[in-house]
Ligand binder design. Sequence first.
Ligand code: DHB
Ligand code: FE
Length: 279
Amino acid sequence: MAKIVGGICTTHVPYIGRAIAKNLHQDPYWKPFFDGFPPIHAWLDKVKPDVAVVVYNDHGLNFFLDKMPTFSIGAAPEYHHADEGWGIPTTGSFMGDQDLSWHMIDSLIEDEFDLTTCQEMLVDHAFTIPIDLLLPNRQAGSIRTVPVCQNTVQFPLPSAKRCLAFGRAIRKAIESWDSDARVVVLGTGGLSHQLDGERAGFINKTFDLEFMDKLVTDPDWVSQYSIPDIVELTGTQGVELLNWVTCRGALGDKVGVVHRNYHIPISNTAAGTLAMESL
Ligand code: DHB
Ligand code: FE
């Protein structure tokens, strides 16, 4: 059966795409952020995942306000990068893994997560930036992917409790896939940020750091917060941390920290990175 090697949660700010394209890793603004990745690259070199299941939120590219699935999944042979307008350089297409996609769809719907199945899907910065950060120099082309989208954009959003349960069902699905593949789960977005309105620029370091601690030791902790609580605590886009919650649910009860990093700001965002190994 397939094995989940671990999970990596990281921000997906589109501005990072420009920094990668311009090779700004040593630039004083960027260095504290990019320095969070070499220990994770070393771990990935060791665990050698074949497939990445990427939990993220679509930013209007596939789903707009008129049609908004709560949970959706790609089942395509490949995913074309078509970012939604920040002008970041679009990278090549990403390989799919239709066998895993369809196995996950069967298993998740059996487990009463009635997600939307997408046989064509475009991917935006929330999918591409984390992969390009984790697998630099276009190694991204060498890993198969399954995109899993959660609605963190338009109310009502799924609760943290629901996302954790979704992640646990994703774990069950992957671990029952008849394959010798090694799977890494990614959760993208966050941490605290708000891009618009009166609180634009809002960041909450105290909450973010506690969230990162608890995600490792006690993932159910976050379930005490309602969606309005999370928006209040982390900003209107900080609620993207739901993608981290789902990723964590897929890693099982006990995880070890491979590496973590937290840097304020990248663009308008508190840039957290947390790599965990399933124990
Ligand atoms: C920014 C953050 C995001 O999560 C996003 O999707 C777009 C932009 C930002 O901080 O610039
Ligand atoms: Fe975002």
